[in-house]
Design a protein around this ligand. Structure first.
Ligand SMILES: [Zn+2]
Length: 320
C-alpha cells in the first residue's frame, strides 16, 4: 500500500475513513487528498472490505492475502550488535511516540531515543493484564504478546509484537456499514471489560491501535500500550481514566461510520438505526460491564435478535 508522506516532517500519514484527508499524527499537519489518491485509497479500502465476504476456502483467502502483500514495502534496521532486521510491511504510519510497521506476522514499533521509555511503558502496561478465571476463550489472544526488542544506533529502539496473518489494522478498512461497526463495538466492549477488570485505562484506544480479523469478526487491542496504565495515575504526562476507554470506543465507532470523532452520528434508518446512533452518541455507563449490558440491549433494538445470529453475547456473561 502506498504511503502519503507529510510535507512538513516526512512521516507517513494516516487517512480518514472516507479517504479524503491525510493527517500526520507526528506533527499535526493535515492535507486534503487529490482525486487520484482518494480513488486509490477508496479502492484499497474496498479491497480490504471484500475480505469480509470471502468464502471459507483457505486457498482463495491465501491467494487474496498474497496479492495484497505484493504491495508491501521493505525497511531495514541495523542493530547495535551488528544484526540487520528486515521488515516487509503492508502499512506504516508515524505517531508522536513511534513509527509503526504492520508486517505479516508482526507489528514493529520504531522509537527515537527521546521516546525509548515507551518500550518499558508498553511492557509494564501489558504485564498488568490479568484475566478472569472464568475465561474460556483465551482473552489474552486479543492483547499484545511481545516477540522481541532490539537496540539500534543513536539510542533508538525496536519493539516487535506478534500478530496473526489474517489480522489487519482497522484503519485499512475505511468506512463500514452499521452491522460491521456493531460487531466491532461488541468486541471492543469485551476488551474494555478486560481493561476494567484490571483497572487499566488505554488513552490511545483508537482506530490505529485496533486490529481486526475480517473472517472471524474478532478485534485485537495491540497498539500504543505506552499510553496505558492504572486508572487515576499518569503515564508519560497523560492522566489515565478508565472511563476514557468507553469514550474512545464510541469515537472509533463514529469514525468507522464516516463521522468525525466530535460529531454526532446521524441515524438513517436501515444502515444506522436510531438505537445504534443513540448508543454511539450517548455517554458511557458507569463501568464497562454495565456498558456492555447496555450495548447488548441497544444491539437488539438496532438490528433485532434473529438477524444477528453471529452476535453471541456470551463473551459479556463472564463479567456479570
Ligand atoms: Zn508531519
Amino acid at each position: 500500500m502506498k504511503n502519503i508522506l507529510c510535507k512538513n516532517c516526512g512521516g507517513s500519514m494516516i487517512l480518514d475513513a472516507s479517504a479524503t484527508t491525510a493527517h500526520c499524527k507526528y506533527c499535526g499537519s493535515t492535507y486534503v487528498l487529490n482525486h487520484e489518491d482518494t480513488d486509490y485509497y477508496k479502492q484499497f479500502y474496498q479491497r480490504m472490505r471484500s475480505f469480509f465476504t470471502l468464502s471459507k476456502d483457505e486457498q482463495e483467502r491465501r491467494l487474496k492475502a498474497d496479492e495484497l502483500w505484493e504491495t508491501a514495502e521493505d525497511k531495514k534496521f541495523e542493530c547495535l550488535d551488528g544484526r540487520e532486521i528486515e521488515v516487509k510491511y503492508l502499512y506504516s504510519f508515524k505517531d508522536t511516540a513511534a513509527d509503526s510497521y504492520t508486517a505479516r506476522r508482526n507489528i514493529i514499533y520504531h522509537f527515537e531515543e527521546k521516546n525509548a521509555d515507551c518500550v518499558e511503558q508498553f511492557r509494564k502496561a501489558i504485564s498488568m493484564l490479568d484475566y478472569p478465571s472464568a475465561d474460556t476463550k483465551s482473552l489474552s489472544d486479543f492483547f499484545p504478546h511481545i516477540s522481541g526488542g532490539f537496540e539500534l544506533e543513536n539510542g533508538e529502539r525496536l519493539l516487535v509484537i506478534k500478530k496473526g496473518e489474517d489480522e489487519y489494522p482497522l484503519r485499512l478498512f475505511g468506512t463500514l456499514s452499521g452491522r460491521h461497526v456493531a460487531w466491532i463495538i461488541s468486541r471492543l466492549e469485551n476488551l474494555c471489560c478486560v481493561l476494567e477488570y484490571n483497572g487499566l485505562a488505554h488513552e490511545d484506544l483508537n482506530i490505529d491501535s485496533v486490529y481486526i480479523n475480517p473472517y472471524d469478526h474478532t478485534a485485537y487491542l495491540y497498539g500504543n500500550w505506552w499510553s496505558a496504565g492504572k486508572h487515576n495515575t499518569h503515564t508519560r504526562g497523560i492522566f489515565l481514566d478508565v472511563e476514557d476507554n468507553l469514550i474512545n470506543l464510541r469515537k472509533i465507532a463514529k469514525e468507522l461510520l464516516g463521522f468525525k470523532a466530535d460529531e454526532k452520528v446521524i441515524p438513517d434508518g436501515e444502515n444506522i438505526p436510531q438505537a445504534l446512533a443513540d448508543f454511539i452518541n450517548g455517554t458511557p455507563k458507569v463501568n464497562a460491564y454495565e456498558d456492555f449490558a447496555y450495548w447488548d440491549e441497544m444491539l437488539i433494538k438496532a438490528f433485532g435478535e434473529r438477524k444477528f445470529i453471529n452476535m453471541d453475547t456470551e463473551d459479556g456473561e463472564i463479567y456479570k
